[in-house]
Design a protein around this ligand. Structure first.
Ligand code: NAD
Length: 261
């Protein structure tokens, strides 16, 4: 319970990696604000479970991460109702798979807005609170695609490389203020984001579903295993510890050896 008294916003936490991070932060006592889309009843059940786990208030905010005004309003709400924010996890993300000549412009705009620009706005809104508190932890969910490319993912690869550069820049701007800024770069994690890209990958590469699973997704990782959301969450919690206060501007690969290969 080393995060008792701290507040955290985890964007894109109604599912997958973000939900695992929200649970792991709540298990350490943090007041968590969750965000993202989904079934209202399921989201309320997750919110109540976070409150029970942390013994602290948990809130849901449905801010659309492609809308800057909604992002600033969410951070203001966290400050007013939970304090802080002391921790932000910029995790909301979407994917679109298509050859560049067929890539819809609105999909490029959406992937860049949700995966990259939202992290910039979140940090812009939260850093003043963290500097005032002389403590803060910013964790950005990047991807193995912050380091290496795959065909047909131009917007996603550009956004994730951007997240890695943004992480380093804001780490330098906050380094003397007790604030650390790091990113985690998972390999493939079995979540709706990965499952939903299978049909487009089949189309773009002319592969069967089985070939996408074995020759694209699992083959990327020398371990031949998906990364688990709970593994990403455990690293996010470690980065919030005092023992991690010298770690800033880092990009942690958690990709079963993908980028080593
Ligand atoms: P997911 O689809 O399970 O979760 C995505 C979350 O983002 C959901 O809560 C969804 O509601 C939310 N979201 C989507 N659009 C949003 C918007 N406009 N505003 C607010 N919330 C929005 O996917 P995931 O795999 O858990 O992805 C989480 C993060 O991890 C993403 O940034 C993704 O790029 C990254 N990532 C995923 C993998 C993987 O293999 N799954 C690998 C590396 C990095």
């Amino acid at each position: 319970m080393f995060l008792k008294g701290k507040s955290a916003i985890v964007t894109g936490s109604t599912s997958g990696i973000g939900l695992a991070i929200a649970k792991a932060l709540a298990a350490e006592g943090a007041s968590v604000m969750i965000n993202g889309f989904g079934d209202a009843g399921a989201i309320e059940a997750e919110r109540a479970a976070l409150e029970a786990a942390s013994g602290a208030k948990a809130l849901y905010d449905g801010a659309d991460m492609s809308k800057p005004d909604a992002i600033y309003a969410m951070v203001d709400r966290c400050h007013a109702e939970l304090g802080g924010p002391d921790i932000i996890v910029n995790n909301a993300g979407i994917q679109h798979v298509s050859a560049i000549e067929d890539f819809p412009v609105e999909k490029w705009d959406a992937v860049i807005a949700i995966n990259l620009s939202s992290a910039w706005h979140m940090m812009r809104a939260a850093v003043p609170h963290m500097k005032a508190a002389k403590w803060g932890r910013i964790i950005n969910t990047a991807s193995a695609h912050s380091l290496v490319a795959s065909p047909n993912k131009s917007a996603y690869v550009a956004a994730k490389h951007g997240v890695a550069g943004l992480t380093k820049t804001i780490a330098l701007e906050t380094a003397t203020h007790g604030v650390t800024v790091n990113c985690i770069s998972p390999g493939y994690v079995w979540t709706p984001l990965v499952e939903n890209q299978i049909p487009d990958t089949m189309k773009a590469r002319g592969l069967t579903r089985e070939q996408v699973m074995n020759d694209v997704l699992l083959a990327a990782q020398p371990t031949k295993k998906f990364v688990l959301p709970e593994q990403v969450a455990a690293l996010a919690v470690f980065l919030c510890r005092e023992e991690a206060s010298a770690i800033t501007g880092a990009n942690y690969s958690m990709d079963g050896g993908w980028t080593a290969a």
